[in-house]
Design a binder for this molecule. Structure first.
Ligand SMILES: NC(=O)c1ccc[n+]([C@@H]2O[C@H](COP(=O)([O-])OP(=O)(O)OC[C@H]3O[C@@H](n4cnc5c(N)ncnc54)[C@H](O)[C@@H]3O)[C@@H](O)[C@H]2O)c1
Length: 349
């Protein structure tokens, strides 16, 4: 019997280096647009997915979460953390990796880095939601919170919604400077602002993407005029929100998966039965999104497992026939399936 791992032992693995190579090979705006299409297509078949609120393990300083789902043929999960204090220690707030497996055999079919992929998929989901909810002809976005996710958000709104101007604000001016520098050659007009209020000027879309492990008020009621679309990304844990409650009461609220969002999203500030609309129903045409020019639409995004599933499936297809993956000897797969021990013994030096 051979000591060489069987074909089924190998799982394609997309490292951070490969992900960066792949994104540049395809082009970042193309990746963001492709991901939005994949996610939108999966939102259209929402009812057939296995859905559960993500499994969260909280500590005083952050959260570690597992996000599983399945469409009956393919199973996927993401491991992701959120540690707002990390950046002060030279670490990232959010890191992630994920896996796909065959439902038929349970064998994994892809393992991938997902720190970059999460930033890409979150931006694509936001822009895809805005395509359905934001005022038509929106060209200016306020971007509050200029951390790791922010450039991805700006580029997705450019590629998918036609945004041409972003107005940046962060409590840390150096974050705004970095974001502006990174966006300088990306075909956007970039305006650095000194307050959230200033960032709001002329914006038809407002994205909040801050990190703080507590109730924060990034937007107060007086900052939000009628007719805007709010893309609220950063409030995604119990006790971690960004918008003043009064804004929620004036808004039409759209969510991913209510059982998760009611615990983690902005709407944790409202009664548990406050009316919200599931985004997939708007995409499917079952209910309307924006119905008038003065309406405030709010996408209360927390990030749902199906978005990661779509992103992983996209990567699985995209890396085929490219050098942007390696084969990982990950599954012990003995020739005789019951002789796991024998396989171990034969490897004895
Ligand atoms: N909804 C989703 O699907 C999703 C996905 C990924 C990340 N997130 C969340 O998005 C948030 C941002 O993630 P990141 O990776 O960019 O984090 P990050 O730590 O890199 O950046 C956060 C930025 O927010 C700024 N900030 C904090 N308080 C602020 C305030 N009061 N006003 C203005 N700016 C403020 C910080 O200075 C920092 O630059 C996190 O809370 C994360 O959990 C959500």
């Amino acid at each position: 019997m051979s000591l060489t791992p069987s074909k089924r032992a190998y799982v394609p693995f997309v490292s951070v280096e490969h992900m960066m190579g792949l994104v540049h090979h395809i082009g970042i705006e193309q990746v963001l647009t492709d991901l939005a299409s994949e996610i939108e297509a999966d939102f259209r078949r929402w009812p057939l997915f296995d859905k559960t609120p993500r499994v969260a393990s909280h500590s005083d300083v952050g959260v570690i979460e597992l996000m599983p789902t399945s469409d009956g043929e393919t199973y996927g999960f993401k491991y992701v953390n959120g540690h707002p204090k990390n950046t002060a220690e030279g670490l990232q707030t959010v890191t992630a990796f994920g896996l796909l497996a065959e439902v038929e055999s349970g064998y994994p079919t892809l393992l991938s880095e997902m720190t970059l992929l999460t930033a890409l998929r979150t931006a694509s989901t936001s822009a895809m939601a805005a395509k359905h909810l934001a005022p038509k002809g929106a060209r200016t976005m306020a971007m509050i919170g200029n951390g790791a996710q922010s450039e991805f958000q700006c580029l997705a709104f450019k590629a998918i919604c036609g945004i041409n101007t972003v107005r940046l604000y962060d409590i840390d001016a150096s974050a705004t400077k970095r974001c502006a520098r990174n966006l300088a050659a990306q075909g956007l007009t970039v305006v650095e602002c000194r307050s959230g209020q200033e960032a709001m000027e002329g914006a038809q879309i407002i994205t909040t993407c801050t990190a703080d492990k507590q109730y924060a008020t990034i937007l107060t009621d007086n900052m939000v005029g009628s007719g805007v679309h709010i893309n609220a990304i950063g409030g995604d844990c119990p006790g971690k929100t960004e918008l003043h409650r009064d804004i929620l009461l004036r808004s039409s609220i759209f969510v991913e998966y209510p059982p998760q969002t009611r615990v983690e999203g902005e709407i944790q500030q409202l009664e548990h039965d406050h009316a919200v609309t599931e985004l997939w129903k708007v995409i499917e045409g079952q209910v309307s999104g924006r119905t008038d020019d003065r309406q405030i639409t709010l996408f209360d995004s927390v990030g749902f497992a199906i978005e990661d599933f779509s992103a992983l499936r996209y990567i699985a297809k995209a890396v085929k026939g490219t050098p942007f993956f390696t084969q990982l000897d990950m599954i012990a797969d003995p020739d005789d399936p019951r002789d796991l021990f024998g396989m171990l013994q034969r490897a004895k030096p």
